[in-house]
Structure formats: structure tokens, C-alpha cells
Design a protein around this ligand. Structure first.
Ligand code: BES
Ligand code: MN
Ligand code: ZN
Length: 490
């Protein structure tokens, strides 16, 4: 979608659809007030008669309002002004985006950022409006041809404002690019999006920017590095495992990079510890961590942030097979630490531990892994927040704040040493499962053993990266949180 700014008066602008917001029982603001004045009080009357809802998340479409040049006006209810905040604003923008996507219009003029939202700037509101429009505009079409009667996606949007807001739209384009990349990778079926596909996608990104380079390690190269934990996971699959390393240089070489590591299990059957059949197809999303670090990487390259960034994806497929790794196996990880496998379905931590060890060579300023690591993360926080774990309070706070700003929130779980004893094994330095209690935390504890001395955080996005059940599909998260975090570092 093309984003531009247009400072023409909201009532004078010739557009297929003017998008405005209204509060409940409060004076009309900004564009809504202008529309009301130009239409001799018609908007206010429609609100009073109940024809236009001011309820939060409601949307009403008006046609041919007298005195207003726009063909249509989309009125977004914002609810009570006292309850309104950045999250509610973001939701309103998403509703607007969905409405426009599902309607015949293909362009609009957006004035939603006229609405007052406490503790936000015009810049932020324009950015969030644009990102939400683009996210809502996405449809999966790669393996399903849209029906003829489908409404066309939006092709352009103008936002009220002058040239000084161009930076906000530039940032929005970055976020949107990252989110859409992540969504598409998440939604693609596992027979298409396999480890080699993740590598090809990374190559495509690397070829698009002069200051991006790429390295891909195949199984032989990983064997030379003694990455036996990662390789064990992919051994039951005919799709060879890959370690994908994307490097972005936005600053002089001596500057320590931020390093993102993504779990890229392109399908998680559970392996020999096979998962139950129901909902197993959802395990195509088990590369959601990889999708979001790749998306975030692309967002940063698109914005040309003045930072150095490295993105490492541990890509493998977890399948049962005569050659698959087994419960009872003891693996020697790249770090030299031994791991007793008690459940081949706890595979994410096995690919990540070797990827994290590999990352030490980059001397990271900050090291963050992102993974759909545990079902327990969904039990703990549901779909509203990613789980964040780190021993570095400041880093946790920075990540939570970034999530708040991008409205892609994260929340902390502890990673105290008290939990480490659950990983004790009689046959190895540790086992790969920690039992029923605190499943997300013991997974984090497992990873912590491979990140000693690093400024490291673990993000479990099992709940946030896709929506289960009804309104299914990849959300692209936590691209927003990560991208905002990197913007704040820059
Ligand atoms: N990819 C799953 C985690 C997952 C499960 C995410 C369901 C989203 C929904 C992971 O590889 C896994 O299977 N984890 C196990 C760990 C257990 C065997 C210790 C889990 O969470 O049940
Ligand atoms: Mn698993
Ligand atoms: Zn998994």
C-alpha cells in the first residue's frame, strides 16, 4: 500500500473514504468536528439518533454527507475518552484497516491520529495507523486464488499531515514490511516453507540491500562445528537443517552487533514423542520465532537503522523416522555440555542451544532468542503477550517498553536459579525437559546454560505469533516489539 501525507482540509479532500474517530458523550475532535461543522451538525445528529455508534471498536460507514467532499466517511467509535489509551487507539486502527480491506474502496484518507490519546505523539499515532492498515490489508493468496467477488485490497492511503510527518510513514513502511514478511512465512504450508525456503527467503532479502550479507551453513558444515543438538532434531527429516546467518551493517564495523536468534522448526510433529493428531497442522507455525527475526531484520534494513544487526535462524524439521533421534539419547552440544533427551518434542531448546553457542563469536551487545518454545507460555499469558525472560532487569524493561510502544506487548516471567534443579539428569549435564511445573521457565533455564556472560533475553512467542482456532493465522508478532527495541537502541 502506498502511504503519503496530505494536508488538505478533511472536509475538502476528494477521497473514496475519509476515516475519522469519535468518542462517546464527548465533543467531536479534529476531523470529526470539521465534518460536523461542514455538514451543518449532521454527524452529531447521527450520533444522537444512534445511527453512528461511538462504542469502542464499532465502525459506521456514511455516504455522501452534504458539505463534505469525500464519497464516504468511515466513523470509528472510540468509546469513553477516560478509558482511551494507546492500546485502544491501536485496536481502532486495526478495525479501520479490516473494514477498508473488506470493502470495495481501495484508497482512503485517514485522520484517526487527530484523536487525543494520552502519552502519545502525532508521530506515533500516524505510524500506528499506517502499520495497522497494512497489517489488516494482508491476505494469504500464495496457494489459494482469491474468488472473483473478493473485495480488492487497499492500494493507497493518505494521512492528514505535512512533510514533517514523512519520517513516521517511513518507519511505518519498515514495520509493515517486517510484519508482512513474518505473517507470510508463518502462514505458508510446511511443505513449501521448509528450512531451504527460509534460506532462500533470507537470500532474497540479502540481495535487496547493499549492506546485508548472508551465510548459510548446511548439515556438513554444522557437523564440523559439532552442533550435534541442532542436527539431532533434523535427523528424522529429509529436509536438511540449515543455520542461516544474516548480517546488516548500519554502523562502523567495530560497533558490537545486536544478535537475534530465531527458532525455525518448519514443522514440529513432536518427532518420535509424536504429538496427538488434533491441531497438529498448527505446528507449521513453529517457525514463528524465525519468521519474526527475519521480518525484524528486513524492517531494520528497510529503515537503514544506524546499528549493526545479526540474525541467526536455526532451521530444521522435527519428524519421526528410522533415523530420528530418540528419547534416551544423550547429545553433546556444540558447547560441550551433554543433554539427555527425554522428549523429542522439546526440540526447540535443542536447536537454539547450539545456535546461541554459535553466536558467541559475534561478541553481541545484546543477544535475544525468539521462539515458539512452550505450550505453557500460552497457558501463562494467552495470546495477548509474548513471554520475556532475562536476568538483566534493564534489558527486560527495555523490551517491555518497546512492546508497549509498538502495541505488541511482552510480559516477564522469572528465570531464577531455583528452577534449574528441575533439569538434573543422571546421564548427562542436563535433560531437555523440566517436568510439569513452570514449563516455560525451565525451557528458559535450559537456554540460560548456553548464554553465560551474555546480555541475553529469551522471548517465548508461542501465544503471540499466531491465532489459534476460529480467526486463524499468523500475526507476524513479535516483529513490532523487536523492531521498536532496535529503533530505541539506535
Ligand atoms: N513448538 C512446541 C511448543 C508449542 C506447543 C507452541 C503448542 C505452541 C503451541 C514445542 O516444541 C513443544 O512441543 N514443547 C513442549 C515441551 C514439553 C515436551 C516439555 C510443550 O510445550 O508441550
Ligand atoms: Mn515440540
Ligand atoms: Zn516446537
Amino acid at each position: 500500500m502506498k502511504f503519503t501525507l496530505d494536508s488538505t482540509l478533511a472536509t475538502a479532500i476528494e477521497t473514496a473514504c475519509l476515516v475519522i474517530g469519535v468518542f462517546e458523550k464527548a465533543p467531536l475532535q479534529g476531523a470529526a468536528e470539521l465534518v460536523d461543522q461542514a455538514s451543518a451538525g449532521a454527524l452529531q445528529q447521527l450520533i444522537e439518533s444512534g445511527d453512528v455508534s461511538t462504542d469502542w471498536k464499532d465502525a459506521t460507514l456514511l455516504h455522501g454527507l452534504e458539505g463534505v467532499a469525500a464519497k464516504r466517511i468511515l466513523v470509528l467509535g472510540c468509546g469513553e475518552s477516560e478509558k482511551f489509551n494507546s492500546v485502544r487507539f491501536d485496536n481502532v486502527c486495526a478495525i479501520a484497516g479490516r473494514f477498508l480491506r473488506d470493502h470495495i474502496v481501495t484508497s482512503a484518507h485517514v485522520c484517526l491520529h487527530d484523536i487525543e490519546v494520552s502519552q502519545t505523539t502525532d508521530y506515533w499515532r500516524i505510524r500506528q495507523a499506517a502499520v495497522n492498515l497494512e497489517r489488516a490489508n494482508y491476505r494469504y493468496t500464495t496457494t489459494k486464488v482469491p474468488k472473483d467477488d473478493d473485495n480488492q485490497p487497499m492500494t493507497s492511503a493518505t494521512f492528514s499531515g505535512g512533510a514533517e510527518m514523512n519520517a513516521a510513514l517511513k518507519e511505518a513502511r519498515g514495520f509493515a514490511k517486517g510484519y508482512l514478511r513474518s505473517k507470510e512465512l508463518g502462514n505458508l504450508p510446511p511443505n513449501i516453507c521448509n528450512p531451504a525456503f527460509l534460506a532462500d527467503t533470507s537470500r532474497e532479502i540479502a540481495n535487496s540491500y547493499d549492506n546485508v550479507s548472508l551465510e548459510i551453513l548446511d548439515e556438513d558444515q554444522m557437523a564440523e562445528l559439532k552442533m550435534s543438538a541442532l542436527l539431532a532434531v533434523g535427523r528424522g527429516s529429509d529436509n536438511g537443517s540449515k543455520l542461516i546467518i544474516l548480517k546488516y551493517q548500519g554502523k562502523d564495523e567495530s560497533s558490537q552487533p545486536a544478535v537475534l536468534v530465531g527458532k525455525g522448526i518448519t514443522f514440529d510433529s513432536g518427532g518420535l514423542s509424536l504429538k496427538p493428531g488434533a491441531n497438529m497442522e498448527q505446528m507449521k507455525y513453529d517457525m514463528g520465532g524465525a519468521a519474526s527475526v527475519i521480518g525484524t531484520f528486513e524492517a531494520c534494513a528497510e529503515m537503514q537503522l544506524p546499528i549493526n544487526l545479526i540474525c541467526v535462524v536455526a532451521a530444521a524439521e522435527n519428524m519421526p523416522d528410522g533415523n530420528a533421534y530418540r528419547p534416551g539419547d544423550v547429545l553433546t552440544s556444540m558447547s560441550g555440555k551433554t543433554i539427555e533427551v527425554l522428549n523429542t518434542d522439546a526440540e526447540g531448546r535443542l536447536v537454539l542451544c547450539d545456535a546461541l553457542t554459535y553466536c558467541q563469536r559475534f561478541n553481541p551487545a545484546v543477544l535475544i532468542d525468539v521462539a515458539t518454545l512452550t505450550g505453557a507460555a500460552v497457558v501463562a499469558l494467552g495470546h495477548h503477550a509474548s513471554v520475556i525472560m532475562s536476568k538483566h532487569d534493564e534489558l527486560v524493561n527495555e523490551l517491555i517498553e518497546a512492546g508497549d510502544t509498538a502495541v505488541d506487548r511482552g510480559w516477564r516471567l522469572p528465570i531464577w536459579d531455583d528452577y534449574q534443579s528441575q533439569l538434573k539428569s543422571d546421564y548427562a549435564d542436563m535433560k531437555n525437559v523440566g517436568g510439569m511445573a513452570a514449563g516455560s521457565i525451565t525451557a528458559g533455564c535450559f537456554l540460560s546454560r548456553f548464554t553465560k556472560g551474555q546480555r541475553w533475553a529469551h522471548i517465548d512467542c508461542a501465544g503471540s505469533t499466531w491465532i489459534w482456532g476460529g480467526d486463524k493465522g499468523s500475526t507476524g508478532r513479535p516483529v513490532g516489539l523487536l523492531t521498536q527495541f532496535l529503533i530505541n537502541q539506535a
